[in-house]
Each structure stands twice: as structure tokens, then as C-alpha cells.
Write a protein that binds this ligand. Structure first.
Ligand SMILES: CCCCCCCC/C=C\CCCCCCCC(=O)N[C@@H](COP(=O)(O)O)[C@H](O)/C=C/CCCCCCCCCCCCC
Length: 298
């Protein structure tokens, strides 16, 4: 994995020395602060481990021009080609875009199953970046598994959409507004809120990547997005670890390869279209959470 920065060799050395230590500290920290009984990558179903996670099975990638980010007709074709033909990687941006797009219903609600499908694609992307990002993807996967557990569980029908989940959990006093109860699987609302906050980070990061003229460092664009968004919800220690992990991000050209674009114009079209779809999902969720005063669930 390439490293960025004026002192290329220096960063390599520092990373090799510091990262294992930092990751060790983080895992220790997380194992102390996490709830007993809720382990990374464990699938939870109504409070019990479950063995089946539904895989995403979208075969066809259909892309339509988005409404607020305006594309020329030639750009629409380019976008479709990029998204359809990008199949050589585990991570397929087309599948992610499609899932984010499909999860918005006509009534402006969010389908949880599709939302989680999009997150699984993001997790594949982070996993492909190497061991440094495993702790981040594990954290995201834990949240996805908790929500998938609720979806697959006895009360799964109430978890079809964000609105129905919120309604069900509030009516049944599943959501705790004061503290995270010990020895208890976190509520769906609280868990989704963590992913929702991360989605804002993703939006700003992809925007930065899309608007880059090709000379900026991915680590700086990522750090900028993180500092503006997700970092506000993280402890000091997590923030330090995240900042170190950013240094291990591949350079822009390698990021372009992952999303199957070869130059800046293509990148801008693909990434800003993705941002457009993410914003729609984010805004709908934000509205539901604001309405119920749930933006600060502990
Ligand atoms: C061209 C395609 C680019 C795709 C880029 C993919 C970027 C991935 C998007 C989001 C990743 C963030 C997912 C992190 C989930 C965070 C959930 C969270 O905030 N959990 C914290 C709170 O949970 P509770 O304790 O309250 O249950 C938890 O404390 C944090 C744990 C560690 C997570 C550290 C996150 C650092 C974020 C930086 C992400 C950088 C990823 C860059 C990959 C390109």
C-alpha cells in the first residue's frame, strides 16, 4: 500500500512502528468499553447470536441520472459504463450507489435491508485497504450485524424501514435516551444513528475526492472530512487512531482504480453522483431522528 507525504520512507517506518501499537491500544480500549456479550462481527438476533446473514444479491446495475447533480447526456452514458463494467473488484461502487438509491421509498422512507447492503459494499472497500482499516470495518460490520439481527428477528417486520423501526422501538421503549444499558443489545435506533453519522463523513469524503483536481492527498481529504463530521462523536483516543489510519490511505490514482475511473472527469461524475444519492438517504434519516429528538442517543 502506498503512502503519501513528503517523507515517504519516513512515514513507512513510522507507520510500521506505531500502527501495531495503536491498533493494540484501540482493541484493548474497545474491548473494555464495548458491551459485554456484543462482539465484533457477531450477528445478533433478538439478543442472541444468529447464524445467517442475508447476502446482497443485486445482479443488474441500473443507473439513472440523479436529480440534483446535473449530468450531460454523454456523462450519463459514461457513468453507466463505469458502474456496469466495474466488476473486477470485490467492492463495486455501482452496487453501493444502487443500494443507496433503492433504499429510498416513494414515501421518502429508508428501506433498512438496502441500506445495509450499501454498507456491506463500503465494508468490502475498507477491507480491501488492508489491515490498518480492519478495526474500522469491524466496527461498521458490528453495527450492520446488529441491525440485520433485528431485521431477521421475531419483530423483523417492524424493522423494514427507518420510520417503522423508530415507531416500533419508541412504542415498546426499546430506545434508551439516558444511557446505554449494560448487558443489552443496543437498540436499532441507536445503532443506525452510528452508521448515519458515518454516512455524513462518507458524503464529505467522497465530495472532497470528487472535487479534487488530482493533486490533493487522500489522507488530507479524508482527515478533513473526518474532522468536519464524525470526529465530533468520537473519543480522543479514537480520533488519534483514525488520524494515524488516514496516513495509510492509498494515493488518489489508486482510489480512482478502485472506483474504476481513470481520470479526474470520470471520478467527478461517479463520486458526485454517489454523493447525491447519499445526501438523499442522509437527509431523510436526519429528519426522522430530529423529529423524535434522537440525534444524541447514548
Ligand atoms: C471511493 C470509495 C470510497 C469509499 C470510502 C469508504 C469510507 C468508509 C465510510 C465510512 C467508514 C466509517 C465507518 C465507521 C463506523 C463508525 C461507527 C462509530 O462511530 N462507532 C463509534 C461509536 O460507537 P459506540 O461505541 O457508540 O457503539 C466507535 O466508538 C468507533 C469505533 C472506531 C471507528 C473509527 C472510525 C474512524 C472513521 C474514519 C473512517 C475512515 C475510513 C477511510 C476509508 C477510506
Amino acid at each position: 500500500m502506498a503512502c503519501q507525504g513528503p517523507m515517504k520512507m519516513g512515514y513507512h517506518g513510522v507507520l510500521r512502528l506505531i500502527l501495531p501499537l495503536v491498533l493494540l491500544f484501540l482493541f484493548l480500549y474497545m474491548s473494555i468499553t464495548k458491551l459485554p456479550g456484543v462482539y465484533l462481527h457477531e450477528c445478533i438476533q433478538d439478543g442472541k447470536p444468529c447464524s445467517q446473514i442475508q447476502n446482497d444479491v443485486i445482479e443488474e446495475v441500473k443507473v439513472e441520472p440523479s436529480t440534483s447533480f446535473k449530468l450531460d447526456p454523454s456523462d450519463v452514458q459514461l457513468l453507466e459504463d463505469v458502474l456496469k463494467n466495474c466488476k473486477q473488484h470485490e467492492f463495486q461502487i455501482g452496487r453501493m450507489v444502487e443500494a443507496f438509491r433503492f433504499c429510498v421509498t416513494e414515501k421518502k422512507d429508508i428501506l433498512l435491508e438496502e441500506y445495509l447492503t450499501a454498507w456491506r459494499q463500503l465494508i468490502k472497500f475498507m477491507d480491501a485497504l488492508g489491515a490498518v482499516f480492519t478495526f474500522i470495518s469491524s466496527e461498521a460490520m458490528t453495527k450492520v450485524n446488529i441491525l440485520q439481527g433485528y431485521l431477521n428477528g421475531e419483530h423483523g417486520k417492524h424493522y423494514r424501514t427507518v420510520t417503522s423501526m423508530v415507531k416500533y422501538e419508541l412504542e415498546n421503549e426499546v430506545v434508551n435516551f439516558k444511557e446505554l444499558p449494560p448487558n443489552h443489545v443496543p437498540s436499532g435506533c441507536r445503532t443506525l444513528l452510528r452508521l448515519h453519522r458515518a454516512l455524513k463523513f462518507l458524503e464529505v469524503f467522497l465530495y472532497n475526492l470528487g472535487m479534487s483536481v488530482g493533486r490533493d492527498k487522500t489522507s488530507e481529504m479524508c482527515a478533513d472530512a473526518y474532522r468536519k463530521t464524525l470526529s465530533h462523536h468520537h473519543s480522543w483516543l479514537i480520533r488519534q487512531v483514525a488520524e494515524v489510519a488516514f496516513l495509510a490511505l492509498p494515493p488518489l490514482e489508486d482510489m480512482y482504480k478502485v472506483v474504476c475511473v481513470s481520470h479526474h472527469k470520470e471520478a467527478k461524475i461517479v463520486l458526485l453522483t454517489t454523493v447525491d444519492d447519499i445526501v438523499k438517504v442522509y437527509n431523510i434519516t436526519q429528519e426522522v431522528y430530529t423529529e423524535h429528538g434522537m440525534l444524541d442517543l447514548p
